[in-house]
Design a binder for this molecule. Structure first.
Ligand code: SAM
Ligand code: GLN
Length: 288
């Protein structure tokens, strides 16, 4: 069996779950992750045969998992993020392109650096994506990252080590901050916390709801900004004067979030859209 035949099988078996363009993207993510075959030179590799019966069996097993709705990144165990390859598994959210936009914005912000080290905390780090990308791209950055999930922290630690990046990982519950564990005098706090209300579950693809960690995604309908309130209160204590708090946000709740930040005394509150034009990111500065 050749890669060309496998591609046809992807199209027949995944058609009920994804449109044709998505199936193509999944197929190329799959063969790139497994064999480094690039899409632009597929015509040269299309006749590559499965090397053995067991490799063919592997292809079929993977296709079966994909047909059940498992995201291709979990099947190959990797996801691309900001020019890096990160290990992912069902204990961590697959990092999203929107989050790359947030990282890019932070890296390109003009900061008034007052310490020799630039101290950054990523709250709810998952795979470690934000923390590792910031550490890699901001000179003198000193990174801490938290999560409530021990399994996520294990994955994030491996990702940092594999990319030769130093991040101090802390097991911490955003909703039970006792003021001891997290570093103080921070220049930046950044977070992409859970923000999808339970009532929106039914609109999400089954590859998200059935496979990604619910603890990473969902918030109660009656208090969708629970994590933002708690993190803003942490930021009041742990940012230095002049430090910035960056959030990825739900497109529906950005105005409410702006009000919460303003009430707590944050200034220079700004909101901007993601590449699809949806309000997605918020920043505020602690000036007191
Ligand atoms: N930062 C990663 C990214 O952008 O790809 C993951 C973001 S994911 C939307 C939210 C993360 O918050 C998950 O890793 C989840 O385990 C963590 N989390 C959920 N509840 C938490 C809590 N109470 N305290 C700390 N972290 C929590
Ligand atoms: N943006 C992610 C999604 O659409 C959710 C991330 C989050 O809840 N913070 O699935």
């Amino acid at each position: 069996m050749t890669l060309a035949t496998l591609r046809n099988l992807f199209h027949t078996q995944l058609a009920s779950l994804y449109d044709q363009r998505e199936v193509e993207a999944i197929f190329f993510t799959y063969i790139n992750g497994k064999y480094g075959v690039e899409r632009y030179r597929f015509s040269l590799d299309a006749r590559q045969e499965a090397k053995s019966e067991s490799e063919k069996g592997e292809w079929m097993g993977d296709l079966e998992r994909l047909a059940r709705g498992m995201p291709v990144q979990y099947v190959i165990g990797k996801a691309d993020f900001f020019g890096m390859v990160l290990d992912v598994n069902p204990a961590v959210l697959i990092p999203r392109p929107e989050t790359e936009e947030l990282v890019d914005h932070i890296i390109n912000s003009k900061f008034n650096i007052i310490n020799s080290k630039f101290n950054i905390l990523d709250i709810g780090t998952g795979s470690g994506a934000i923390a590792i990308a910031l550490a890699k791209n901001i000179p003198n950055a000193n990174l801490w990252a938290t999560d409530i999930s021990e399994a996520a922290l294990e994955t994030a630690k491996k990702n940092a080590a594999r990319n030769n990046i130093e991040v101090k990982f802390l097991h911490h519950n955003i909703l039970k901050d006792e003021g001891e564990l997290l570093p103080k005098e921070l220049d930046i706090i950044v977070s992409n916390p859970p923000y999808i209300p339970q009532c929106e579950r039914k609109y999400l693809h089954k590859n998200v709801v059935n496979y990604e960690p619910n603890v990473a995604l969902f918030v109660p309908d009656e208090n969708p900004l629970v994590f933002y309130k708690a993190i803003a209160n942490i930021a009041i204590k742990n940012l230095r004067k002049g430090g910035s708090l960056f959030f990825e946000t739900h497109e529906k709740f950005h105005l409410e979030l702006t009000e919460i930040l303003a009430e707590l005394g944050f200034k220079e509150i700004k909101l901007w859209n993601d590449i699809s034009g949806r309000p997605r990111f918020t920043v505020g500065q602690r000036t007191f």
